[in-house]
Design a binder for this molecule. Structure first.
Ligand code: GFB
Length: 356
């Protein structure tokens, strides 16, 4: 990939896509193509085919996906499987037809079995039952890995699948119902702190609700008050978190410097080729309870944390084995405490972007 190569970033407004775009700009890449959802609906096969035929990108970062936290995955099960399968089928197949030199497909570590051996090595894919709450999303992402793998084997393409652990960072989704745990807890504790400090004007502004009564009943439905914040589940699940800009750095590093054959070495023609994807993470995890107390400290909320076991825990532990990634020459930079501080600062200066 050279600085003038034509590079398409699918999903450039999302958490990882926006970080990949910024990373490429900062490294001096000049020929970057993006399309908003309104300009190009990636679910629409004909529009995607037309776009690839006209633009002929040389490199593709496939960061467009329907994503969300545990409740969103469990509630919109049909949307998660349909939209993700359509997006990846369209973009991967058109990348093959239009001779894209290298494609990076982004998945998620929820592809691994619910009771997977820990830390999770790439080879543990499809060795057990999946976690129920995100099974449709995981099946779609597994199909994406298998599609890249199969195209590489049959058509000699250079499509690489990377499986990031739980990500957080600028442009994250802070919706209290649909978001992932880290942005949700930052926002909940921030709102509780505002209530604690009796700054009701700021609460209304944050929620974009005019009437205080409506705002209070909305917050109550999420267990947010001046005295306490509700944490879903038991607090016992362990999660690993990676700063999205680190993730973007890993993605650009891989596309710049590594090929499919570096990540997976085919030994002979009769070799069974599988598990050719690459984990991306820090290799360090934390319990949801400890994460909640860390966020509480950074946000400065003084009240109580209440654990609600009527909400799902999801997978109890999903820690990535990052030895393959480290052996390729990449390691994360931002540790969790610094990341949460950066994330809270980003939230405070970008609140107008957050919708309830
Ligand atoms: O981040 P999260 O929604 O996703 O939840 P998953 C992680 C853990 O945090 C779960 C707990 O045990 C939640 O019950 N949690 C506590 C909360 N309070 C909250 C809260 O206010 N909001 C949220 N969202 N969680 C998703 C998958 O799983 O992670 C996707 O569903 C994907 O498929 C993604 O893999 C990265 O880590 O459980």
């Amino acid at each position: 990939m050279n600085k003038g190569s034509k590079i398409y970033i699918a999903g450039h407004k999302g958490l990882v896509g926006s970080a990949i775009l910024q990373n490429l700009i900062s490294k001096g890449y000049t020929n970057l193509i993006t399309r908003s959802h309104n300009e190009l609906d990636l679910i629409d096969t004909k529009s995607v085919a037309k776009f690839f035929k006209e633009e002929k990108p040389e490199y593709v970062f496939l960061a467009a996906a329907r994503v969300g936290g545990i409740i969103a995955n469990n509630t919109y099960r049909a949307d998660f499987i349909y939209e993700n399968m359509m997006i990846q089928n369209n973009v991967i197949h058109q990348s093959y037809l239009n001779k894209v030199k290298k494609l990076l497909f982004l998945g998620s570590t929820c592809i691994y079995p619910k009771n997977c051996l820990q830390p999770m090595k790439e080879d543990y894919l499809l060795t057990g039952e999946l976690e129920y709450t995100n099974e449709p999303y995981a099946i779609a992402k597994i199909a994406g890995i298998k599609m890249c793998e199969s195209y590489n084997l049959q058509y000699k393409t250079n499509f690489i699948s990377v499986m990031p652990t739980n990500l957080y960072g600028p442009n994250d989704n802070f919706d209290l119902e649909k978001s992932h745990v880290l942005p949700a807890l930052i926002r909940k504790m921030h709102l509780a702190k505002l209530l604690e400090e009796k700054k009701t004007e700021n609460v209304l502004e944050d929620l974009e609700i005019e009437n205080l009564k409506d705002a209070m009943s909305y917050l109550q439905s999420f267990g947010v008050s001046s005295e306490s914040v509700e944490i879903w589940g038991s607090g016992k699940p362990m999660r690993e978190f990676l700063w999205s800009e680190d993730m973007a750095d890993a993605c650009v590093f891989i596309v710049e410097k590594r090929d499919f054959k570096d990540i997976y070495k085919v030994k002979s023609d009769v070799d069974e080729v599988k598990n050719t994807h690459l984990n991306i993470g820090t290799g360090i995890d934390i319990s949801i309870k400890d994460l909640a107390f860390l966020i509480k400290k950074i946000v400065g909320f003084k009240g109580k944390l209440v654990f609600n076991s009527n909400k799902p825990d999801g997978t109890m532990k999903k820690l990535t084995d990052v030895s393959k990634l480290n052996s390729l020459g990449w390691k994360h930079q931002i540790d969790l405490e610094l990341g949460v501080e950066k994330m809270y600062k980003w939230y405070l200066s970008n609140k107008e972007l957050n919708k309830i």
